[in-house]
Design a protein around this ligand. Sequence first.
Ligand code: FE2
Ligand code: FE2
Length: 275
Amino acid sequence: MSSTRWSLADLELSRIESDRVREHDALFLLVCSASFIESGSDTYTRNLIDHFQDDPDVAAWLRNQWEPEELQHGAALKAYVQRVWPGFDWEGAYADFFEEYARLCTMEQLEPTRGQEMVARCIVEMGTTTYYQALHEACDEPVLRDLFWRIRCDEVQHYKHFFSFFRKYREIEGLHRGQVLTALVRRALELRKEDATIALRHAVNWRLRTGADDGGPAPIANADALAQQAIQLVSAHLPMDLAVRMMLKPLMLRPRVQRAVERPLAALGRAVLLN
Ligand SMILES: [Fe+2]
Ligand SMILES: [Fe+2]
């Protein structure tokens, strides 16, 4: 039985202040591409559910909570897009996106051990947590802000679950820090960058097809510049300190060591992002 912590009915979609967002092209692209990735999440959640079939605790949580919550993120973001930009053909754009995305998901490699796989999942949830927190900061439409925050809190819970599963398998497998670091770096470098790029590209392409006449958003002139603007909007608001803390946690460093490396890493991250 699925047990999401909130439902679509909790969002006050009728209270959206559309004027605050309708013209915001960069935000449209970010909401739209997030709705694509979340709506397609069962393609990769299935992988993991199968992989952990013989661990009832993990499998039950993945099936009953994680997957329904990720899909609900997609459904809620989609509902928002359709309300504010009714002229945008979400279904058509999603079908296009999904065709490319599904091919990518089947090639997804699992980590060599279960503990390492859990580290990788922590990194993914760190990525989504900080992404939605950044969007929450970057936006001033109350209903969307509320939605971003709800999703952000779910992603934090996902991180916590994966982290506790990681600790369990770390014991069982006797994982050492080097193995944890390898998985961590490997996934941090990927960070579903490819997914985001694909989603953003399809959102831009389909947005270009939508004219102002069909009740859709005003046409956009320069797609590349707009995609760039969207990326910068996230980067400028990304909570780097939180990202670093969540990244380092699986290394289980002594508090003094962790504190010593947190600051320089956050500064480095900011420098990379903003350049
Ligand atoms: Fe999500
Ligand atoms: Fe998540």
